[in-house]
Structures are given as C-alpha cells and as structure tokens.
Design a protein around this ligand. Structure first.
Ligand SMILES: Nc1ncnc2c1ncn2[C@@H]1O[C@H](COP(=O)(O)OP(=O)(O)OP(=O)(O)O)[C@@H](O)[C@H]1O
Ligand SMILES: [Mg+2]
Length: 327
C-alpha cells in the first residue's frame, strides 16, 4: 500500500537547510496497521505530508497503492483519508455540511453522500447534532467528526497524525472502534502517528523515528524483546536497601541496580519470571513486594533514541536511567 524509497526532505529555513526526513525506506502492506512513534520534531508529520501529497520529497520516491506521489498526486489523494494533527474542519459549517463538502470533493454522488454521511454521523454519535455549526462542538466531538469525514469516501489508506491527542480515554476508545470497524469492512490500511503507547502497542508494526531517521521497524513484541530482559522491582524498607544491593551485586552478579525512593530496588533480570523468586528467597532484609514487568514500548523508545516519548518527563520510571546507561 505504501512504498517509501530513500526519502529525504530538506526544508530551507532562511538559507539554512534543515533535514526533517533523512533517507528513510519503508513498506506498509495492504490492510496493515502501522504506527510511527517519535518525539517532537522527529519528522512524522513531514513524512505524512509527503505521503498525502501536501509536501514534495526533496529526494527519493514514494508510492501509495502503486501511484507515485509526484507523478500522480490526484490518484494518490483519491485513495487516502487524512486526519490531520491540527483540526481542519470548517467551523462555520454544520457537521453534515462538512461531510457533504468532503463527499463532493471526492466526487461522490448526492445519494451516496447522503447515505454515507448518515451512516458515519450515526457511527460517531453526532447524528443528533448534524445541523449544528462545528463552532459549537467540543474538542472530542470535532475529532469524531473529522474521523467520520476521513472515512466518507471509503479510503484504502487512512492516515492519522496524532488523532487522539488531548481526548478523554472513552472518546479515544470510541475513535479506535470506528477505525477498526472500517478496517474490517473494507480492508483499510492504517498509518498512524501517536504518543500513546497503548495505541502503538495494538499496531501490526511500529516504526521508531528520531531526528528524521527510522531507527527501528518491527512488531511491538519483537521490539520489546530487543530491549532486554524482564525488570524486577522489589519493595523493601530503607534499612534493607544497602544489604539487598550488596547481595545482588556480590552474590548474584547483577550490576545495573537502581535504588529508588522509599525502599524501591529495580534491576533487569534475564528470564525474570523464572529466576526472580529464587533470588528473592535468599535476599537479606525485609522484602515487602516484588513486581516483574516486561519492557514496554516506552523502554524501547528510550533505548533507541535516548529520549522519553511521554511529553511529560516526570512520567518516566526511575528505571529508565539505568537502561539508558546500558547503551
Ligand atoms: N514548513 C517547514 N519549514 C521548516 N521546517 C519545518 C517545516 N515543517 C517541519 N519543519 C521541521 O522539520 C522537523 C520535523 O518536523 P515534523 O513536524 O515532521 O515533526 P513531528 O515528528 O511531526 O513532531 P511532533 O511530534 O511535534 O508533531 C522539525 O525540525 C521541524 O521544525
Ligand atoms: Mg507532527
């Protein structure tokens, strides 16, 4: 569905070149759900803008459903639906006017427009508000309307640029229900950028992008396995921390130990689900709790880019520092 070959995009900022996308290669199969993860400024929106013919590549070639974005932009646009990072509805029009306008752009007949508009507005729960101006909609309602509009012409490829940022969990879930329903109904391919781990986690494959480079592309499971073993977190009391640390270092040979606040000790342990219990039995001091967690996409992201994906750095677990050190 998507073929990206040696794609490069350089912006000229007051005479100084800025490389936004630095020679990436990527294929996305028909029907696949692909998620692109990356910190601010990684080049995600630029890549999406090239895929959707809004920007032209500086170098390289990009094909959508076999059509070259430079040579056949019209055919590319016919096949895609886009949900932009920035809202793009006309808020002086009503919900159904926005839908109808979009349908006309894509050459849908009037009966088709009416039928599709009704089905989709019902799907996103906005049928009751169809005559209201978008100006009077809440953020979540606008987002739902954008999704409905993006699906109006049954695109083969739906491109979503951080579609759920700032939405409440219920609205996010609802939006994903619509998207997955459409995938099932007509085998739609989905290309997504997101900051939400659980959204990327349910993708078939995830691409990690940083400073214009695709640093890794694989299934979420394989990416997590690449990061390393399980992470064991022990809850102790403050007095037990040093003896436990000494024991782990000197008797077991674990070197990457992180002492957290309030008696928390964490360390990576290969096959942690089998090995942790044997170690814990021998530990000196007072062990109150033990948690074994597998690396998540946040760990993947941090290991591969040295950056924290979550917008709020304070969300990072203390263990991340240990992982970064290992690189
Ligand atoms: N029109 C433009 N002119 C100049 N530089 C640009 C332009 N658009 C993007 N850039 C630069 O290209 C780089 C990549 O930007 P892009 O918007 O693709 O990042 P992103 O991964 O989508 O980030 P975010 O998560 O913040 O949306 C940034 O350094 C940005 O400043
Ligand atoms: Mg962006």
């Amino acid at each position: 569905m998507i073929e990206i070959e040696r794609l490069k995009k350089i912006f000229n900022v007051s005479g100084i070149p800025r490389i936004a996308v630095n020679t990436i290669d990527l294929s996305v199969r028909r029907g696949e759900f692909f998620a692109l993860l990356g910190p601010n400024g990684a080049g995600k929106t630029t890549t999406i803008s090239i895929l959707s013919t809004i920007l032209k590549p500086t170098e390289g070639r990009v094909f959508v459903d076999g059509h070259d974005v430079l040579q056949s932009p019209h055919l590319v646009r016919q096949n895609i639906g886009i949900i932009f990072q920035d809202p793009s509805l006309d808020d002086r029009l009503s919900a159904s006017e926005n839908m109808d306008f979009h349908g006309r752009l894509y050459g849908l007949s009037r009966p088709d427009r009416l039928k599709q508009s009704e089905a989709l507005l019902k799907m996103v729960d906005l049928w009751d508000r169809k005559h209201d101006l978008v100006r009077t909609f809440s953020g979540g309602m606008r987002r739902r309307l954008e999704i409905a509009r993006g699906l109006m012409h049954h695109p083969k490829l739906l491109i979503l640029d951080e579609p759920t940022i700032g939405l409440d969990p219920k609205t996010r879930r609802t939006i994903w229900e619509y998207v997955h329903l459409s995938r099932k109904q007509w085998g739609m391919t989905v290309f997504l950028t997101t900051h939400y781990l659980e959204e990327a986690d349910s993708a078939d494959r995830v691409g990690v992008m940083d400073e214009g480079i695709l640093v890794a592309v694989d299934t979420p499971d394989r990416l997590k396995k690449m990061v390393g073993p399980e992470i064991v977190v022990l809850g102790t009391d403050i007095q037990s921390m040093e003896p436990v640390r000494n024991f782990l270092e000197n008797q077991i040979g674990i070197l990457e130990i992180h002492l957290g606040s309030e008696g928390e000790i964490s360390f990576p342990l290969p096959h942690g689900e089998y090995n942790a219990i044997n170690i814990v039995r021998k530990l000196p001091g007072n062990i109150r709790s033990m948690t074994i967690r597998k690396p998540d996409l946040d760990d993947v992201f941090i290991q591969m880019t040295g950056k924290n994906m979550s917008l709020n750095q304070e969300n990072a677990s203390p263990f991340h520092r240990v992982y970064r050190g290992k690189l």
